[in-house]
Design a protein around this ligand. Structure first.
Ligand SMILES: Nc1ncnc2c1ncn2[C@@H]1O[C@H](COP(=O)(O)OP(=O)(O)O)[C@@H](O)[C@H]1O
Ligand SMILES: [Mg+2]
Length: 235
């Protein structure tokens, strides 16, 4: 029996769709669950793909939906009372619901994928994060995650070079563009439960999550430490 709960709210946000918010939100939720945490997923995206996906992968993770800022507030507060982690999958845009999520969150993760438009969206994300910090007393930390990185791809390389100057802390671990992420969504599973055929994806994802959750690892009872110096785009 655990004496305390973590009560951490993590939101996946961006001004753009298709950058990997739902993919990373579902994977983080299952990863935390598989380490013994009590996890809830709050789907704020109209497509509700994360909710359906998580229900297929792991019925023991609480899955909820919120469509309005009022729903976001009440669902997030009630889920936080009974779960260690509330993972919110934000909509593909910074509307009132995603701004509410940012104000409530402890950690805001902004995935971007290699494109000029993705880079532009970061400026807006940074502004929204600063606004949320000014309201919640600086509680919410922001992280930029480079997703769908391709080795030897010019745009991927340029994105990795430009990312540190965009005003958000960039994670050391990057996520590559790998088929198992697409397969996982289609098969209603996650790469960390797919065994050998997804071992590369599972390894890089674990590295990212260990990096993001570094101060929560003791609670999660994992010895894993982030391996430094491994940058997928430059391999
Ligand atoms: N690292 C990755 N490698 C390959 N495909 C990916 C990766 N991340 C996301 N995808 C695919 O990209 C598409 C968009 O991802 P999704 O998570 O739905 O984005 P969002 O929620 O931001 O709209 C999906 O088809 C998903 O399977
Ligand atoms: Mg989505």
């Amino acid at each position: 029996m655990r004496a305390s709960v973590v009560r951490m709210m993590i939101v996946f946000a961006n001004t753009k769709g298709g950058v990997g918010k739902s993919t990373l939100a579902v994977h983080l939720a299952v990863w935390l669950f598989d380490r013994g945490a009590k996890v809830a997923l709050l789907d704020v995206d109209r497509q509700l793909s994360a909710r359906q996906w998580i229900e297929e992968v792991e019925p023991q993770i609480t899955a909820r939906t919120a469509g309005t800022p009022e729903d976001v507030l009440s669902e997030a507060q009630s889920l936080a009372e009974s779960h260690d982690f509330v993972i919110a999958d934000g909509p593909g845009g910074l509307n009132d619901s995603s701004r509410t999520l940012l104000i409530l969150a402890d950690l805001a993760i902004f995935p971007i994928s290699p494109s000029i438009l993705d880079l532009r969206s970061v400026a807006e994300a940074t502004q929204a994060l600063k606004y949320a910090q000014s309201i919640n007393g600086g509680k919410v930390q922001g992280r930029l995650v480079l997703n769908r990185m391709r080795t030897r791809d010019k745009i991927s390389r340029e994105m990795a070079e430009a990312a540190p100057s965009l005003g958000l802390q960039v994670t050391k671990s990057h996520i590559r563009d790998l088929q198992p992420y697409r397969d996982a969504a289609q098969q209603g599973t996650v790469v960390t439960r797919m065994g050998y055929k997804a071992k590369e994806a599972a390894a890089e994802l674990t590295q990212l999550f260990v990096e993001l959750m570094t101060d929560k690892l003791a609670f999660l009872g994992t010895e894993e430490q982030p391996k430094t110096g491994k940058v997928a785009a430059n391999e």
